[in-house]
Design a protein around this ligand. Structure first.
Ligand SMILES: *Cc1c(COP(=O)(O)O)cnc(C)c1O
Length: 408
């Protein structure tokens, strides 16, 4: 038995075709003009933000982590929905500023920021999340040079880990942030350098589906920040406790219990507001806002039988969607949810392996998965593809055309 994915219900089906933004897939494909392509649905993004606004305790600011999906039209849409953007390069900062987000609401994190990036960030007036003492010294020099007081927060590498995170980003030796034990000394230097201190940033890990693990990490983050704030040169105005909210990609995974996360966060927020009433709590979410709103669509070129196994060969593959091929951080390859987008219910079903045109066995979009029997010209849809899709893929590999992206 092939294990089953949670059913994909985020988009309606009409005449056996998936509909995005009210447009049936074959028609959408005609509109886009070529396959493969990515499509992201505005309605889904809007309702995800509404769900968060209605569920999370009031008083929590919601930021979008641009790296999850930096498509300019999507970032532009997001600018009107969230309270701020988190960027991780000068390129993302440009996209964020172009989208009309106020510089005061943009934060810039990430190790290895180049001097040119720091300079442009200081000039823009965005908040720099300092990842090391060395970076702090460079930022201070750039501030002096430009005659601008840099706005900074300290990214802390806490001593605890986020349990059950798909990708751990803190705890133990890490390239991210400053080890918690070194932060008090760094804060004293920060004051001497005359930097404009705003607060702390803690990001423990991504792709977590356990509400209790997230609750616990959030509680620990706030406790740690309150302790560290005692050594800060000025009040902690901002505390970014990351996000890490996961989405179900693989068979057997359950959606995150947002209600439970919100309840825990309510208590944590209460602790913070009593101890430090001037602190704005920030959550930064990437995939949770956009992953489920997006699909990747490619077209069947050929059916091929090899030793009794059916291969469906498509015009898309790992060069466009590295994550779906299982090569973006997964330890064991598992299938993303994949369907034949113009045969959602009807027709005979079969077990097939869906592959792309690249000369490597890694170029697999679905490995022995049950789906409707597909013919050349049919549309293969990979769900949960709105985050870490095209921008996280090696599009130059084998020199095929780059897919288009549409927001519908
Ligand atoms: C990547 C990243 C995020 C977003 O992670 P998601 O899993 O997409 O929510 C948030 N904050 C920081 C610092 C990141 O590096």
């Amino acid at each position: 038995m092939t294990p089953l994915h949670a059913e994909q219900r985020q988009f309606p089906v009409q005449d056996d075709s998936l509909q995005l933004g009210g447009i049936a897939l074959p028609r959408l494909a005609e509109r886009v003009g070529s396959t493969p392509f990515y499509a992201y649905e505005r309605n889904h993004i809007q309702s995800r933000v509404n769900l968060l606004r209605n569920t999370l305790p009031p008083g929590v600011a919601l930021h979008y982590a641009v790296k999850a999906n930096p498509m300019p039209a999507l970032v532009q849409m997001m600018a009107a929905l969230v309270d701020g953007f988190d960027v991780a390069s000068a390129g993302e900062m440009k996209t964020a500023l172009d989208a009309g987000m106020a510089p005061a609401r943009i934060s810039f994190a990430g190790p290895g920021k180049r001097n040119a990036e720091l300079r442009s960030a200081v000039a823009a007036g965005v908040l720099l999340h300092l990842e090391s003492e060395e970076e702090m010294a460079r930022v201070a020099r750039i501030g002096d040079l430009l005659g601008i007081t840099p706005r900074v927060a300290v990214r802390v590498n806490p001593e605890f880990e986020l349990k059950y995170a798909g990708m751990k980003m803190a705890g133990g030796p890490k390239q991210f942030g400053v080890d918690a034990e070194r932060v008090p000394r760094m804060l004293r230097q920060l004051g001497e350098l005359g930097l404009d201190f705003h607060g702390f940033h803690l990001f423990c890990g991504a792709q977590n589906l356990s509400a209790s693990a997230i609750q616990q990490a959030q509680r620990l983050c706030v406790q740690l920040a309150l302790r560290l704030a005692a050594d800060a040169p000025s009040a902690m105005r901002l505390l970014n406790i990351g996000g890490g909210f996961g989405v179900p990609y693989f068979p057997g995974e359950q959606a995150l219990d947002l209600r439970a996360v919100a309840d825990g966060l309510g208590e944590t927020l209460h602790v913070l507001s009593v101890a430090s009433p001037q602190t704005q709590l920030v959550l930064e979410l990437g995939r949770y806002l956009v992953a489920e709103a997006g699909i990747y669509v490619c077209r069947v070129l050929e059916r091929k039988l090899s030793h009794g196994q059916v291969f469906v060969i498509t015009d898309g593959g790992l060069h466009h969607h590295l994550a779906a091929s299982g090569n973006f951080g997964q330890v064991i390859r598992k299938n993303y949810p994949v369907s034949i987008g113009n045969r959602m219910h009807g027709g005979p079903r079969e077990i097939v392996t869906v592959v792309g045109p690249l000369c490597t066995p890694l170029d697999t979009l679905a490995d022995r998965m049950e789906m409707a029997r597909a013919e050349p010209g049919d549309y293969v849809v990979v769900f949960q593809s709105g985050a870490y899709g095209m921008s996280a893929s090696p599009t130059a590999f084998l020199s095929h055309p780059v897919p288009l992206e549409v927001l519908v």
